[in-house]
Design a protein around this ligand. Structure first.
Ligand SMILES: [Zn+2]
Length: 487
C-alpha cells in the first residue's frame, strides 16, 4: 500500500473544532482506503481557517510545510478534504503548490475527497472553476493565459461567432487586418464623435464602399461592428456552465483596429444622451440653458407655418416661467464661437493637461481605496460564511452570500473603472484626447459633433432676455468619462 499525505482546514468556530477536524480526518482515511492508500495521522497537515481562506497559498504555513515534506519524502499522493478547501485562493493554489510540485513529481496526484480522479489543473473544467473563483488581475498571469490560449487554438473550446470579423483575415489561426480595416476604424471614429449609426450607414453607402457582404450598409451591420470586441484586440470566450453563461475576455490576442479609448467615448456619449437628450437635434444647447431670473431650465419650441406657399420655421428656447423666447439661431451664433474658442484654448494648454492628469491620479487613488475596502469586507464575510456553515445556519449563510455578491459586484465595477482610467491615461499621454479638438474653429462641424462638444465642456449657460449670457464651463472634460467612487 502507498502512503499519502492529508490536508485539513481547522474550523474557526471553537466548539465545533474537534468534531470538524475529526470528521475531515475520517473522510480522508475512508477515501484513502478506497484508493488503496494509507494516511498515517502524522502525515495529516492541519491549517487554521483564518489563514486558509483569505491568504494566497504561499502564505499558508501548513500547505507550504506539506509541499516541502512531499518533496523530501518523494511521496506524490495527497488528499484534501473536499474541493472547498482550496476555493477562494484556488488560483494561487495551482501556482504556489501544484505547479512547483508537479515539476519535481511526475506522478503527483492531488485528490479531493469529493472526486474520484486526481485533481488536474490542465483539465478545462478545473481551469474554468479556477477562473470563476478569481478576479481578472490574477487571471492575467502568463501561465494561466497560456493554457487557455492553447486550448482556444486547439479548438477544444469553440469560440462563439467564430466567423472572421470584417476587417480581418485569418492566417495561421490569427486575425490579421486586411484592406477593410480602415473602414472599421472610420466607423468607430465617426460614432465616437456622436455620428448616429443611421448617418454612418448612409455616409458609407454614398461613398460607394461595399458592405461586409458586398451590398449596401444597413444600420444593423454597423451596430454589429460597433458591438464586436474583436476590434480592440480582444478574444471573448463564452462558457456555459449548466444554465449560466460566463464570459472571459483576453486582451491583445491580435492587432487592434480601434483604441479602447474610442469605446469609452462611445459609452460616454450614450450616457450623455440619456442625461441631456439626443445628439442629433438642431437645439445644440438642449437642457443646458438655465434662466437667470427663475433658475429653471429652458425648454425648446419647434414650430413652422406656411404663408403664401412658403414655409417658415420657428425654433426657440423658451422660459415657461417668465414667458420669454430666445430665437435658436441667435443664441447659437452668439454662444457657439465662445464655446469653441474656449475648448480650443483649453485643449492646447499644458496646464489643463497637467490638471487632467492630476484628476486621474485622484480618481485612481479613490478607486484603490474603495477596492481595498471591498476586499476587507469580503474577508470579513468569508469568516462569517464559515461560521454560518459550521453552525448549519442556512438563513444566515444566505444573507452572507447575498452580501458577498453585492460587494463583489461593487468591486468589479471599481475594477472596470480602473481599466477605463488606464485607457484614459494613455489617451492623455499620447495626446489622443486633446488633439481631437485641434482645428475646431476652422472645421465644419456636424450638429451632433457640436452638441457633443457642448455636453463635454459646458456645465451650464445662464440666460435672460436683453442680458449677456454666462457660460459656465466644466472644470474637467474627463469628468463624464470616469467617475470617482467618492462622487
Ligand atoms: Zn425664467
Amino acid at each position: 500500500m502507498n502512503t499519502a499525505f492529508g490536508y485539513i482546514r481547522r474550523s474557526s468556530y471553537k466548539q465545533l473544532e474537534n468534531n470538524s477536524v475529526e470528521l475531515q480526518k475520517a473522510r480522508i482515511k475512508e477515501f484513502a482506503e478506497r484508493k488503496g492508500l494509507i494516511v498515517p495521522d502524522e502525515f495529516i497537515f492541519i491549517e487554521d481557517a483564518t489563514s486558509a481562506f483569505s491568504k494566497r497559498a504561499s502564505q499558508r504555513k501548513e500547505l507550504m510545510r506539506l509541499k516541502h515534506r512531499m518533496l523530501e519524502s518523494n511521496i506524490p499522493h495527497v488528499i484534501f478534504s473536499e474541493i472547498s478547501r482550496m476555493d477562494r485562493t484556488a488560483y494561487t493554489f495551482v501556482q504556489d503548490f501544484y505547479l512547483p510540485l508537479s515539476k519535481h513529481m511526475p506522478d503527483l496526484a492531488v485528490y479531493t475527497t469529493d472526486a474520484d480522479h486526481p485533481w488536474d489543473p490542465s483539465d478545462p473544467k478545473v481551469q474554468l472553476a479556477l477562473l470563476l473563483f478569481r478576479q481578472e488581475s490574477e487571471i492575467k498571469s502568463e501561465r494561466a493565459l497560456g493554457c487557455l490560449m492553447s486550448d482556444l487554438e486547439n479548438e477544444t473550446v469553440k469560440r462563439p461567432g467564430s466567423a472572421i470579423p470584417y476587417g480581418y483575415d485569418q492566417k495561421n489561426k490569427q486575425l490579421v487586418p486586411n484592406c477593410a480595416a480602415d473602414v472599421v476604424t472610420f466607423i468607430f471614429f465617426l460614432h465616437s464623435w456622436g455620428i448616429s449609426i443611421n448617418k454612418i450607414a448612409s455616409t458609407l453607402n454614398e461613398a460607394a464602399i461595399p458592405s461586409p457582404n458586398g451590398g449596401t450598409w444597413r444600420t444593423s451591420t454597423i451596430e454589429n461592428i460597433l458591438k464586436n470586441p474583436a476590434y480592440t484586440g480582444q478574444i471573448v470566450w463564452e462558457v456555459r456552465k449548466g444554465k449560466k453563461k460566463d464570459t472571459y475576455t483576453f486582451d491583445h490576442s491580435h492587432e487592434a483596429l480601434v483604441d479602447r479609448f474610442l469605446l469609452h467615448l462611445i459609452d460616454t456619449n450614450l450616457k450623455l444622451q440619456k442625461e441631456y437628450g439626443r445628439l442629433e437635434t438642431p437645439f445644440l444647447f438642449l437642457n443646458k440653458l438655465v434662466c437667470q431670473q427663475c433658475h429653471s431650465a429652458l425648454e425648446t419650441q419647434n414650430g413652422s407655418t406656411k404663408r403664401n406657399g412658403k414655409k417658415y420655421v420657428y425654433q426657440d428656447y423658451v422660459c415657461k416661467g417668465c414667458g420669454y423666447k430666445l430665437e435658436m439661431n441667435e443664441v447659437h451664433s452668439s454662444l457657439l464661437p465662445r464655446v469653441l474658442r474656449h475648448v480650443q484654448d483649453m485643449t492646447v494648454s499644458e496646464q489643463v493637461k497637467e490638471r487632467t492628469v492630476q484628476y486621474l491620479a485622484t480618481v485612481e487613488q479613490a478607486l484603490e481605496e474603495a477596492i481595498s475596502n471591498c476586499e476587507s469586507d469580503l474577508d470579513k464575510l468569508d469568516r462569517k460564511g464559515c461560521i454560518a456553515r459550521e453552525q448549519n445556519d442556512r438563513e444566515f449563510a444566505f444573507l452572507v452570500m447575498d452580501e458577498q455578491k453585492r460587494v463583489l459586484h461593487l468591486k468589479s465595477s471599481y475594477e472596470h473603472s480602473q481599466d477605463v482610467l488606464a485607457d484614459l491615461h494613455e489617451a492623455i499621454q499620447s495626446d489622443m484626447f486633446f488633439t481631437r479638438f485641434d482645428h475646431l474653429l476652422e472645421s465644419q462641424l456636424d450638429n451632433a459633433e457640436t452638441r457633443l462638444i457642448v455636453l463635454y465642456f459646458v456645465d451650464e449657460i445662464q440666460v435672460a432676455p436683453q442680458r449677456p449670457a454666462q457660460i459656465i464651463f466644466q472644470e474637467n472634460p474627463l469628468q463624464h468619462l470616469v467617475a470617482s467612487p467618492n462622487g
